[in-house]
Design a protein. Structure first.
Length: 301
């Protein structure tokens, strides 16, 4: 067949002319093989294109699933950080209470989880990465650390509750609330005197507020003096027991008398600007065994 010759004759209907095309056998075989190869290639390519479409669809679904999982993990990481902040806030509150009732002399600190603060900022380290297995492992370790801290704090809280029950009277006499609503214009400690311009030690808090703002006792106690006291102007002093005394200076009007017993939240007087004052405010002092201490050490609200 390869050595044979084939003739292809093409006739024209109108003119009667014809054309002859002579082909060798091997040429016909080559054309048939080429046609078969083209058909086979098209079939293969169509199957490949179909499989590619299926794989592409699965890949899109997988990427969407991964993105959703990453979003959920980052959301969980954010909640974990909020939980850590809440635990720190509870620990700080616990420490302040312990200092107030002389249960602890040092403020306890939360242990730092393994790896330092930078490893706990999951969103910054992994927002654009897909290493979710590592992220999950770190989150698991972090949750374990938080769980341990929570159990330790629970034990501390039980101890604190028991102590508070035993010292209920002492807690009622501890000045733990703000005596007046306002803003701190001068803190406890060294400052520049507004009168002399020199450095001096400020023995309390200056809480600025409008003239006539009510002043309330921050704890149960007995009024030891109420009247005019030099640079303090109109001043009230309340003895809360256990060596703790609070003072309220520059008052506009006094509502209590010496020897009177007051409870937490009871009206003491009104804010003024008497004595050595630059404007309406309350000078609030806390003294422990005669020595001034920072009132912020006691305030809980």
């Amino acid at each position: 067949m390869l050595l044979r010759k084939f003739h292809i004759v093409v006739f024209k209907d109108s003119s009667g002319q014809c054309y002859k095309l002579r082909l060798h056998g091997w040429m016909v075989c080559s054309l048939l093989l080429l046609l078969a190869a083209l058909i086979g290639g098209n079939v293969y390519l169509w199957r490949y294109f179909h499989e590619y479409g299926v794989v592409e669809g699965r890949l899109g679904i997988a990427e969407k699933t991964v993105q959703e999982q990453k979003t959920q993990m980052l959301s969980l990481a954010s909640k974990m950080k909020n939980l850590e902040k809440d635990l720190y806030r509870v620990r700080d509150f616990d420490s302040k209470l312990r200092i107030m009732i002389n249960l602890d002399h040092q403020q306890a600190q939360l242990p730092t989880p393994v790896g330092g603060p930078e490893t706990r900022d999951f969103s910054k380290n992994y927002l654009t990465m897909y290493r979710q297995e590592l992220l999950a492992r770190k989150m698991h370790n972090f949750l374990y650390q938080l769980s341990t801290d929570a159990r330790l704090e629970e034990a501390r809280q039980q101890e604190l509750i028991q102590t508070l029950r035993e010292r209920e009277d002492m807690l009622a006499a501890t000045p733990s609330i703000w005596p007046v609503e306002g803003w701190i214009s001068s803190s406890f400690g060294y400052r520049t005197s507004p009168f002399t311009g020199k450095r001096e030690f400020h023995k309390g808090l200056d809480i600025s507020c409008p003239l006539g703002t009510p002043i309330y006792s921050p704890a149960k106690g007995v009024v030891v003096n109420a009247g005019r006291r030099g640079a303090y102007g109109l001043r009230v002093s309340i003895d809360h027991g256990a060596g703790t005394i609070t003072r309220y200076g520059h008052m506009h009007r006094i509502s209590v008398k010496p020897g009177q017993t007051v409870t937490r939240g009871e009206l003491v007087g009104y804010v003024g600007t008497t004595g050595r004052s630059t404007g309406p405010h309350l000078h609030y002092e806390v003294r422990l065994n005669g020595l001034p201490v920072d009132p912020m050490r006691y305030i809980l609200n």
